[in-house]
Design a binder for this molecule. Sequence first.
Ligand code: SF4
Length: 377
Amino acid sequence: MLDFPLALLTQKQFLLSELQAHGLRLLDSGTGVASRRGGAGPTDHKAVTVLGTTIMVPVHTRGAANSTYVATPPDRRGISILQNGDAAVCEISFPPPPRFYGLTTADGIPYWKIALLHSRDTLATTVLQTCVRYGNSATKCQFCAIGESLKAGRTIAKKTPEQLAEVAAAAQRFDRIANVVLTTGTPPTNDRGASVLSECAVAIKNATNLPIQGQCEPPSDFGWFARMRAAGIDSLGMHLEAWDESVRRHIMPGKAEVPRAFYLEAFAAAVTVFGRGQVSTYLLAGLGDSVQSMHEAARVLIDLGVYPFIVPFVPVSGTPLAAHRPPSAELLRSVLGPVGQWLREAGMTSDTVKAGCAKCAACSTLSTFETQPACVA
Ligand code: SF4
């Protein structure tokens, strides 16, 4: 394994990667914003502010239950002490629940069932909470929990453009939301959700003028990229999740039927519409790709103008991968150190992204590696 030299790590890079790898035990489980449980993409996290940076840290996983990192109940100022074993490490805090969570639509749906606050200032929603690949073990992505929050009544199956515009306007007004993420389960249509994302983006943009990221599988007609951009989508995510085809087939047999080569074609076409660094992809570290594979992926993607948002895989309760080992902190640092340097050299750092996960950056510590001189071992 390429090991990122520990001597070059800042305290922040070290501590944040430790927390995302090991998780955090909360002595008071009601602290901060209610945790994300279920839903598309990474989940079972809680937003935590550590050394001035807010990141999502696993709190509901098996690893978190056994983590040596513990947060004491917050004091009157809302400050908790982060302990590692018996040693106090630093003060941490938890963003408070947003005010828009207390509101409901005219037809009685709580706003928090329509969209959620992610990290500090990102509003995120899964427009279609159903997926053509979910519900069948031969096709579903083994890490995904998109159906769990719907089953538990924590969300609704389809959010309308009007509902999303109403919630986004309230979140902007009361909670200073700075950008919006629209993701979707994959519908059984060739546009792969681009159409429904575009309708929602028009309504949200008209109501708020906020930057928006859309996330979907590559549509069969790349003409959708220009239509999505015209609808007000500023950045686009199309998520490979893993790089090696064998890992993709093993972990997500349905999605892997769309080969990596087709994603690369789609990325190239999307970059001509959205611009370099405004197209991104999730890669989950710990699913099976080696450090070398992830570095190869990052090099290819950055050359194409695509931001490789490399995120530690978090085993989610209720999924087939619930018992899968999460990546070690050493593996994360080995992957992210060089990639942060390459992104900085390419002028494609997180702060240049207009909207979305690469902008929010809370599910990975990658952005902290973009700002420090790094050395590849
Ligand atoms: S990085 Fe994406 S999924 Fe993670 S908290 Fe931010 S918006 Fe949500």
